[in-house]
Design a binder for this molecule. Structure first.
Ligand code: GLN
Length: 518
């Protein structure tokens, strides 16, 4: 029997149901794996060994008593540290929320618990989900399990790495501009960004509210179907969640799609796309053709403006959402005694110098408290986004930047509407490259933003997208394939992904040389 931590959620559920394994054993296997590997990999920011084992024992007991259990009964799940869990710390990868203990559960957490899942920990991420490498985490570096000198991607880097390293069969990430799909691609796992409104954002710490979505990461599309089914659905507490019923994804996922029409966007094969990534994607397209799919070229003419549009809208919303971190409402506050002493010393020096202007301009204590709190609590990328967003929303520039970006966003959505008149799904790359080296892009914000070329459009248009492993580079790094569907067609996406995974074995591959560096 394979070790329990190696199994997919579907395989594990079968063993739990048949009595071949217990949830305590499975949970312990994941916790042992984390204890062995995570000092080095940095996928987790916190773990819940005691509560997880206690809950697993309770589920095992209920199972033995013949009680009816939920669809994820006894399966360990990791959650990106941007989703709040009652009583637990949610840092969002930021010093700002180092001590933040949520008084309530996010809706997705309530749903996971109602499905009898076992929460094992919170995963590492870029600060406030801003970034594509997890290097913006205020806490620890995360490494790619396939090559520890490389990034697992981001911002849900920990969520993808923990699945790739077999530390949890399922995890939840969030995707504002690719943050589920890109790390899934870099780590060789499957990750789905649902339609905007499919999953409640209640209890998801806001980055860019018109783009953010929570979604599943797992080894297979079948597992993603199971997890999505558990978390999706209308929620009166999130006014943007859609009042649509949730299909039984897990029941239909294995049914192949007949007469599938796939669209290849001309714009997805341009400048910047790595040759090995392109070759793997083209090979994947041929796999679909061999499965009976018909492929045609389509055009998304406004996709060349997607990065510019996203990097106006997302920072604008972020600058507004992050205004709440001021040392009063939430989170970190600067050391007030030190701040008052600093102000008194400055006042004294100005008085001695007879500098009346300096005295007039000296901060009031409250203003100094806000300023120091925000300078100390946020990292450089978050500050950059707040400044960009404050600028694009400012009087005089609002129409030129923010309003214009909203208009281009509409055009991008219309491109998709036109393409989906002729095809069922779009097929293309997730990211222009495989996982890059740690440190390679971190001092080059523009280079980092360009990694988001193929992912941000789905968020701007609100449509779902999935990343599935479709190859490896000569250096042994995973390559992801992206499928995108019209809004609320996650079922189609999952079935198409499952078809590919039934015909290939890329999803079965795990990084070989895990462990501490010699
Ligand atoms: N890399 C993108 C950014 O930095 C996407 C982030 C995300 O999806 N949360 O904004």
């Amino acid at each position: 029997m394979a070790d329990l931590h190696e199994l997919t959620a579907v395989e594990l559920l079968a063993k739990l149901q048949s009595g071949e394994a217990t949830s305590v054993q499975a949970t312990q296997a994941c916790l042992d794996r984390i204890a062995r590997l995570d000092d080095d990999l940095g996928a987790f920011l916190s773990t819940f060994p005691e509560s997880a084992l206690a809950r697993a024992a309770e589920i095992d007991r209920r199972r033995l008593a013949g009680e009816r259990l939920g669809p994820l009964a006894g399966v360990p799940v990791a959650v990106k540290d941007v989703v709040v869990v009652e009583g637990a710390i949610t840092t969002c990868g930021s010093k700002m929320l180092q001590q933040y203990r949520s008084p309530f559960h996010a809706t997705v957490i309530e749903k996971l618990l109602a499905a009898d899942a076992v929460l094992i920990g919170k995963t590492n991420m870029d600060e406030f989900a801003m970034g594509g490498s997890t290097e913006n985490s205020a806490y620890r570096l995360a490494r790619n399990p396939w090559d520890r000198e490389r990034t697992p991607g981001g911002s849900s880097g920990g969520a993808a790495a923990c699945v790739a390293a077999r530390m949890a069969p399922l995890s939840l990430g969030s995707d504002t501009g690719g943050s589920i799909r890109q790390p899934a691609s870099f780590c060789g796992v499957t990750g789905l960004k649902p339609t905007y409104g499919r999953v409640s954002r209640w209890g998801l710490v806001a980055f860019a509210s018109s783009l953010d979505q929570i979604g599943p990461l797992a080894k297979t599309a079948e597992d993603c179907a199971l997890l999505l089914e558990a978390i999706a659905g209308h929620d009166p507490r999130d006014s943007t969640s859609a009042p649509q019923s949730v299909p039984a994804y897990s029941r239909t996922v294995k049914e192949p799609l007949k007469k599938l029409r796939l669209g290849v966007a001309r714009e997805h094969y341009g400048e910047g796309l790595d040759a090995e990534v392109e070759a793997a994607v083209r090979k994947a397209i041929r796999v679909y053709e061999s499965l009976g799919a018909e492929v045609q070229e389509v055009s998304l003419p406004h996709s060349r403006y997607a990065i510019a549009t996203y990097y106006i809208i997302a920072p604008s919303e972020a600058s507004s959402n992050l205004a709440r971190y001021d040392g009063v409402h939430f989170g970190y506050r600067t050391d007030e005694q030190a701040m008052l002493a600093e102000l008194a010393a400055e006042r004294k020096a100005l008085e001695t110098a007879g500098d009346q202007r300096g005295l007039d301009e000296l901060d009031a204590p409250l203003v100094r408290m806000y300023r120091k709190t925000r300078s100390e609590g946020f990292g450089p990328e978050v500050k950059r986004r707040i400044m960009l967003g404050a600028y694009t929303l400012s009087k005089g520039y609002y129409d030129q930047y923010y309003v214009k970006a909203l208009k281009v966003r509409r055009l991008i959505r219309q491109d998709y509407d036109a393409a989906f008149k002729n095809v069922d799904l779009l097929i293309g790359p997730v990211a222009p490259t495989a996982a890059f080296k740690l440190g390679e892009n971190v001092n080059d914000p523009l280079g980092m933003y360009l990694e988001d070329l193929y992912t941000v459009s789905a968020n701007l248009a609100g449509i779902p997208g999935i990343s599935i492993p479709c190859g490896v580079t000569a250096a042994g790094l995973p390559v992801g394939l992206q499928l995108q569907a019209p809004a609320f067609e996650e079922e189609r996406l999952l079935r198409a992904a499952c078809m590919f995974q039934a015909a290939t074995d890329w999803d079965d591959r795990a990084p070989e040389s895990l462990g501490r560096p010699a």
